[in-house]
Design a protein around this ligand. Structure first.
Ligand code: ATP
Ligand code: MG
Ligand code: MG
Length: 554
């Protein structure tokens, strides 16, 4: 596509292929199955799978499942469904780090035999304390110089389950004075008597990320292991492990900036809190930045992929405006979404000179330009609904919608002129608007060429279908939801008014045929999607995906 240019990672891949360093590129997307994927993961998916696709290589889906206490099969299934939904496939390239447990264990024994790893009996707290700081070197463990035989014996007994959780760990023997704190004898294995969602109770020792990830990459012949910037300091350890073991391939780690989105939290741990503490209805709440939430909100895979392409890939951390994501959805839906009329804030409009009991059906194009989107039947009769916002008793200057004595075009129907208004004497609220139509303006235009500036949408009162419409606002009140005052936490920044439910919205009867997940543009209002879970022929439920213009510019 014309918008595509080579970012720094694609440039590296391109050069590595051209120079013959690699015959083909192999990437992987490595989620931990401890939650649902979010928009940040989409960036990584589009990058890893995208590179494989663009350069004719491969991308593995690998579950990084080495922490038994937080991981579940439910997440494994959901992640696979989400990656597919986003438009990528791994074919038979589905891997689990837990499948390598035996192999990883053998590598660990090898390090011990080479004198490059030792069993440490210090507590986790002692290890942390003795690690030192950025300015101060760490202290050697009293167990650092254990003989390899003793280490091997202890490590085997760790595996056999002889020791309780936390009593011992296996550490790499590198350098307690390294300027890179990650290199100060990092932990490779810990004891966890916990049930693993795939390996069950076969193991009570589990390998750490830094040991597992690089070796998994090497075992899968990954060429470019792309991760986020937080792992920059871990790259030295990544290389150390690879360099000290007889691995079948030599992967390289590259870091890019993670996606941060204004007003959005992208951290599985915090998203879990929003769900478990009831701030949202679930992982797929349309306000959630999870792929499931975005999907239910009406985001399309095409829009999310466009977003990933637009934001690009760089090394410098930054925060992307939410409007950018919304613009991508509008751009995708503009050409594809059929149009229809729905009146979110209805008030009766009576066409006084239209005969009672008469009706007619207009055949309207579903899209102003795309004839391939077809047509629909839109019934018209004497009583209609229009939006309260489209009427003013005392119009401000430049107001082109309906007001006493003024003429407007009813979209696809007729010109009407407002003749009178009824109001509730107690509240002053408009209860009914009356008008006269010009029968010579059928279809919404006039042969005499007279100009009518305003066009408003409407729904026939007698034929209307009734829908529930859900309007969403941002889930957090602060651009940086993590910006919290003393004694508060990010949950205090949750926007309590992020959902508005309209229960009796008249919509065109043609909408009763909509299937869950189909999208539609309510003309002059925004893009909506039929709710994936609750919409059906007997209960119409529409979620606002995005407004027509910047919905947040209030
Ligand atoms: P979280 O903090 O949300 O749990 P994570 O990095 O711990 O994220 P993983 O399941 O380990 O979650 O992530 C899988 C891949 O997705 C990793 O390669 C990770 O770097 C990438 N990733 C996660 N969050 C983002 C983000 N915000 N932007 C870009 N890539 C991300
Ligand atoms: Mg992770
Ligand atoms: Mg995390």
């Amino acid at each position: 596509t014309p918008e595509r240019h080579l970012d720094f990672i694609r440039t590296i891949v391109d050069e590595d292929l051209k120079s013959g360093k690699h015959a083909s590129v192999a990437t992987r997307f490595p989620p931990e199955p401890n939650g649902y994927l979010h928009i940040g993961h989409a960036k990584s998916i589009c990058l890893n799978f995208g590179i494989a696709r663009e350069f004719g290589g491969t991308c593995n889906l690998r579950f990084d499942d080495t922490n038994p206490s937080k991981e579940e099969q439910e997440y494994v299934d959901a992640i696979q469904a989400d990656v597919q939904w986003l438009g990528f496939s791994w074919d038979d390239r589905l891997y689990f780090a837990s499948d390598y447990f035996e192999k990883l264990y053998e590598f660990a024994e090898l390090l011990i035999k080479k004198g490059l790893a030792y069993v440490d009996d210090q507590t986790a707290e002692q290890i942390r304390e003795n690690r030192g700081t950025l300015t101060q070197p760490g202290l050697d463990s009293p167990w650092r110089d254990r003989h390899a035989d003793e280490n091997l014996d202890l490590f085997r007994r760790m595996r056999a389950g002889e020791f309780p959780d936390g009593s011992r760990v296996l550490r790499a023997k590198i350098d307690m004075a390294s300027p890179n704190v990650v290199m100060r004898d990092p932990t490779l294995y810990r004891i966890r008597h916990a049930h693993h969602h795939r390996t069950g109770d076969a193991w009570c020792i589990y390998p750490m990320y830094d040991f597992t990830h690089c070796l998994s990459d090497a075992l899968e012949h990954i060429t470019h292991s792309i991760c986020t910037l937080e792992f920059e300091n871990n790259r030295e350890l990544y290389d150390w492990v690879i360099d000290n073991l007889p691995v079948p391939s030599r992967p390289r780690q590259y870091e890019f900036a993670r996606l941060n989105l204004a007003y959005v939290v992208v951290s599985k741990r915090r998203l879990i809190q929003l769900v478990t503490e009831g701030h949202v209805t679930g992982w797929d709440d349309p306000r959630m930045p999870t792929l499931q939430g975005l999907r239910r909100r009406g985001y399309t895979p095409e829009a999310i992929r466009l977003f990933a392409q637009r934001i690009g890939v760089a090394r410098a951390a930054n925060t992307v405006e939410y409007e950018m994501l919304e613009a991508c959805l509008r751009e995708d839906l503009n050409d594809r979404a059929p149009r229809a009329m729905a009146v979110l804030n209805p008030v009766k409009l009576v066409v006084e000179n239209y005969p009672e009991g008469q009706e007619e059906i207009f055949t309207c194009p579903n899209h102003p330009e795309k004839t391939e989107l077809g047509e629909r039947a839109v019934p018209f009769c004497r009583e209609l609904y229009i939006d309260r916002d489209d009427f003013r008793q005392e119009p401000p200057k430049g107001y082109h919608r309906l007001s006493p004595g003024k003429e407007v075009r009813l979209r696809h129907a007729y010109y009407v002129t407002c003749t009178s208004v009824e109001t509730d004497p107690a509240t002053g609220e408009v209860t009914e608007i009356r008008c006269a139509y010009d029968p010579a303006t059928k279809g919404g235009w006039s042969q005499d060429g007279r100009k009518v500036k305003g066009t408003i949408h409407w729904v026939s009162a007698r034929h209307a279908a009734w829908a529930e419409v859900r309007l969403y606002d941002r889930l957090f009140t602060k651009a940086d939801p993590m910006d919290v005052e003393e004694g508060k936490d990010f949950l205090d920044n949750v926007n309590r008014d992020s959902l508005q439910v309209l229960r009796n919205v008249p919509v065109e009867p043609a909408l009763t045929g909509m299937k869950p997940e189909q999208f539609v543009q309510f003309e002059r209002v925004g893009y909506f999607v039929a709710d994936r879970r609750e919409h059906g022929p007997d209960r119409l439920v529409f979620n606002r995906s995005v407004g027509l213009r910047d919905s947040w510019a209030k």
